[in-house]
Design a protein around this ligand. Sequence first.
Ligand code: GFB
Length: 312
Amino acid sequence: MDKSSKIYVAGHNGMVGSAIVRLLKQLNFTNILTRSSAELDLRNQEAVTFFFEETKPDYVFLAAAKVGGILANNTYRGEFLFDNLMITTNIIHAAHTHSVKKLLFLGSSCIYPKLAPQPLKEEDLLTGLLEETNEPYAIAKIAGIKMCEAYHDQYGDNFISAMPTNLYGPNDNYDLQKSHVLPALLKKFHQAKIQGLKQVEIWGSGSPLREFLHVDDLAAACLFLMENYDGKQFVNIGSGTEITIKELALLIKELVGYSGDLVFDAAKPDGTPRKLMDVSFIHSLGWKHTIELKEGIKAVYQDALIGNRLND
Ligand code: GFB
């Protein structure tokens, strides 16, 4: 990519898209193209085709998606399948018909079978049944991977895919019914501290293991792959380390400075028991994460306080 290449970042108002735009701007890329969902409904094929016809981007980062935590995935199953399939197929197909030089599609670690061997290797895709709570989202993301591969095979398109682990960072969603665990716990512990509550409720058993990556690391990995990788094989992106939900809760409790107790709500789902990425492939390509979890959470807590994101 040249500094003046026309780069479309789909989903620039989301946590991932905004991190990619931030990085591109820091690096003095001057021709970044964005559209809000009010300006362009990515689920509408005609509108997406017209947008590509009108703007003719050279490169595309496909970071637009309907996303959410375990409860949102499980509740809005139809929307998660439809919206993500439409957004993904419309953009990838329009990128093909409008001769985009390269596209990077972003998926998720939930594409892997629920009980796949750990750590999750790229070749484990489609070797078993998916986790039930996020099956619709995972099916849409697997469709995106397969579409990039099929367009690579049939048309020679340089469309690559990256599968990030669980992400956190600035511009996260703090709606407790829809958010992922990390922003949810930041908000819950912060509010409990301010309001002097005796306990904080943690969903599930606390025993599931999760891996977390700061979204600025993800943005760096996406740019690295865009500039250095043309393979058909999708690439895992993660930190390579995992933590139980209980340990995460205790860490956030400490960082927020809350002194009450944790209670576990067994009525809420645990989801997949373990989800650790094997990141040896991206390490072999020459990229590694730089932000460790504790410093990352500290920075995000400050950012959320400044942005007044932790109050209702
Ligand atoms: O982050 P999370 O919603 O998503 O939940 P997944 C991770 C774990 O944290 C689950 C527990 O075991 C939750 O039960 N947890 C504890 C909480 N307290 C809370 C809380 O207050 N809020 C939330 N949200 N969780 C999602 C998938 O799975 O991960 C998506 O549904 C996507 O498809 C995303 O892949 C990255 O890691 O379980």
